[in-house]
Write a protein that binds this ligand. Structure first.
Ligand code: MN
Ligand code: ZN
Length: 341
């Protein structure tokens, strides 16, 4: 079968490798579609500090089950499934707390072990979740994963009905956070530096959008909240300066959720946190949020088909990377098609 390998930074190739075989508790999936994420670009560029090489990349993938192991009861051959890329030990402190997404021996497919940019993948039955293809084309099953990131941020930030949320950054993860917050009954303001991204955020459902290069974000936040600050802020910009800005714009008793993986420190005074008694939470991957996301797909509250700006055959993966890099105004998420290419 064909698979997309990154041997080392900037060395990507479409390779012919053996089809995976499955154990009794696994399923074999013919990949229909796979989403390209910023972190895949990071593995390609050598800027993803968590990745190891060589790597079969891709952690957003789904498709048709073509074979099941003898002990699998959860799905049948022919089902369309999304695959959760989180692999955890099941017995460390985090796992025992029901938080396998931060397992001390966490491995993510496509990052620490081989992933889903391939014609076939094997996956443990417990990591696959069926999606209803009468509601969703099979190639979009892969988009359960980025929405699961948005779901986790909503849980960590305790977003609920009537809340006001600022999502800093209007890329794919920002959009996923926003749509889920909207489905939970929150008012969502989004920011970015690119008008194209903000127009997309609007089309996807954001209540208010702010171009921070043309408008004063703090003024907009205080105008919306009567000077109180934002109850919830999700920072998807993940820069050295966006984190202290989020803390500054948060309301007393507010929550700030961060998803960044950068290692450069931000300057932050303790008083900024203590005085407002802020909850500052990290949000990583998701702890088994796939079923909630799939429910949102089926109810129509979440629109993965609109998240995807372009579908390309996997053979054009380098062109897809180029589009994501060079045309951020118009490109949100690209899905690579595998089956039938
Ligand atoms: Mn991703
Ligand atoms: Zn664990």
């Amino acid at each position: 079968m064909k698979a997309i390998l990154v041997d080392e930074p900037f060395k990507l190739r479409i390779a012919e490798i053996p089809e995976p075989s499955i154990r009794e508790d696994e399923v074999l999936i013919q990949v229909a579609g796979a989403g390209i994420c910023g972190s895949d670009m990071g593995i390609y560029n050598g800027t993803n500090s968590l990745a190891t090489y060589p790597r079969l990349i891709g952690h957003e993938y789904g498709g048709r089950v073509v074979e099941i192991g003898s002990r699998v009861e959860k799905v049948r051959v022919g089902d369309c499934v999304a695959v959760d890329p989180v692999r955890s030990c099941g017995h460390c402190y985090a796992c025992a707390q029901g938080r396998p997404n931060v397992c001390r021996s966490l491995e993510v497919t496509g990052v620490h072990r081989d992933g889903g940019f391939a014609e076939y993948v094997a996956a443990p039955a417990e990591a696959v979740y069926p999606v209803d293809t009468s509601r969703l084309a099979p190639e979009y099953a892969c988009l359960v994963e980025p929405y699961s990131i948005g779901m986790q941020v909503n849980h960590r930030g305790q977003v609920s009905r009537g809340d006001k949320l600022l999502v800093m950054g209007s890329g794919p993860i920002g959009i996923c956070i926003m749509q889920i917050a909207k489905s939970r009954g929150a008012y969502v303001m989004m920011s970015d530096v690119l008008d194209g991204r903000l127009e997309n955020a609007r089309r996807m459902g954001a209540d208010q959008v702010i171009n921070v290069q043309k408008e004063d974000l703090a003024a907009a936040v205080y105008a919306l909240t009567g000077g109180e600050g934002m109850p919830v802020i999700a920072d998807t910009v993940c820069s050295v300066s966006s984190f202290p800005q989020a803390v500054e714009l948060a309301s007393p008793a507010g929550r700030v959720a961060v998803v960044g993986l950068i290692s450069q420190p931000s300057a932050l005074a303790q008083v900024a946190i203590t005085k407002k008694e802020l909850s500052i939470v990290g949000s990583r991957l998701s702890n088994r949020r796939f079923p909630e996301v799939i429910q949102g797909f089926e109810s129509g509250a979440l629109t993965p088909d609109k998240l995807c700006s372009r579908k390309l055959p996997y053979t054009e993966v380098e062109e897809a990377f180029r589009l994501i890099r060079e045309r951020p105004q118009e490109i949100c998420k690209i899905v690579l098609q595998f089956a039938g290419v």
